[in-house]
Design a binder for this molecule. Sequence first.
Ligand SMILES: Cc1cc2nc3c(=O)[nH]c(=O)nc-3n(C[C@H](O)[C@H](O)[C@H](O)COP(=O)(O)OP(=O)(O)OC[C@H]3O[C@@H](n4cnc5c(N)ncnc54)[C@H](O)[C@@H]3O)c2cc1C
Length: 456
Amino acid sequence: MRSEGNTSTRPEIKESKYHSSAGPLGVSDPVDPHPLTETFLKGCEAIGIPRHKDYNDGTQLGAAVLQTTTKGGERCSSSHAYLHPNLHRRNLKILANAHVTRVLFNSSKQATGVALRMGRSEPGLLVSARREVILCAGAVHSPHLLMLSGIGPRKQLEEKGIPVVADLPGVGQNLQDHLFMPVTYSANVTTIGKHVETLPNTLSYLIKRRGVLTSNGLESCAFVQTGVRKDLGARPDMQIHFFAGCGDPKDSENFGVAKEFAAEGKEQTTMGFTALPTLLHPRSTGEITLRSADPFDAPVIQPNYLKHPDDAKVMVEGCKISQRIIESKAFDGVRLGRRGVGAGFDLRNPHRDRPNSDDYWEWMARSSASTVYHPVGTCRMGPVDRKETVVSPTLEVVGVKGLRVADCSIMPTLISGNTNAPAIMVGEKAADIIKAFWSEERVLREARDQERTSHL
Ligand SMILES: Cc1cc2nc3c(=O)[nH]c(=O)nc-3n(C[C@H](O)[C@H](O)[C@H](O)COP(=O)(O)OP(=O)(O)OC[C@H]3O[C@@H](n4cnc5c(N)ncnc54)[C@H](O)[C@@H]3O)c2cc1C
């Protein structure tokens, strides 16, 4: 909430104790929502999913219009919100394209700085830290960097010839990610895709910050309980994103839409919409491991998506709920037919003669689901005496001194929604913790100095 600069004029947001308009991060409602956004909300209501005015008011279940990190019709990234306004600060130095290769330690296991290179063949540079080092390289690269620096599972480090600084078995483990899969229908209305990048739409965006180019097409979603997970209390196990568009041939893979959809032809790819059932709380966990000791070698990412049978069950139920929403009366008149059923795409599906069966949907999930890019958990926060813990509640890496991690990797479990705002919240909280630590440290040091002087 501290980060949030919400510009919504809706009373349920403006007057809510859960929102703020004072933060640096622009948050807003869609400027010119696609008509199908409202159709989706009506489709949800038609099957008993109530409309929710604000899924951030402490209760999440229901269907709602999505707010995005945008300001005046333009994306507001964390760089725009936090870095750009502070570029003038003398205590901020930004080195773009610097590749940190490891954290440096002295013989007391105190972090003293980082080694970096401006390119694989460039000479190494050392940057020293007067107080501490804070790693924010994300859920893939924070554990990677810890392991390259000698902090991680001993066996793995020794196998790669990396001297062990701290044997922490939890580093790189507990990888969790959101997974979604497209349930796509052909439509008889034009939807969102590359084809909307026309001159009039571009001018409308450039001159007025209005129109279809102010949106990424994902303007609504429903948080639901499929009934599979009984252990989540009032929390949803499924988020159904609604995209007022479908895969374009060129970027179909980006959206997890199988190439075969794209091959169906231009008309269909510009006229279709997609529900994206998203598994919120996977029981399956994966891991990040070292490929080699070379910092320029990407680590191995093993996500283990859908390994646990409950995860596949939730996905199947999510697909069926999506189907019911879209096949409700609300979509009559715009819905043509479900993609992947009938011609073309489903020829590989061994259950294609039963396109509404659980087997059919599970096969689809296993063959065309993709990451929502929400990895977390690989430098898990927890009690310091537990072997899986990587960072303490104050974000300090266990077993060494002067090193913290502050990014999505510290989350012990996935949250019931998108991870960008929570990642920023971790940063805000880290700033508070670090400032409090060092001001307390200064007070103690001054008291010690004073005591020493009085003894002289
Ligand atoms: C395509 C995509 C779409 C997404 N869409 C959404 C969305 O709609 N809503 C939402 O809430 N979330 C979304 N997310 C997720 C969101 O972006 C992440 O949860 C969030 O950025 C995670 O923040 P982080 O600080 O943990 O890591 P990151 O944002 O990944 O930051 C890590 C940084 O460390 C740098 N780095 C890594 N290794 C090194 C190294 N060795 N040396 C120097 N620098 C290094 C990286 O370049 C990067 O800048 C999306 C993510 C992706 C990839």
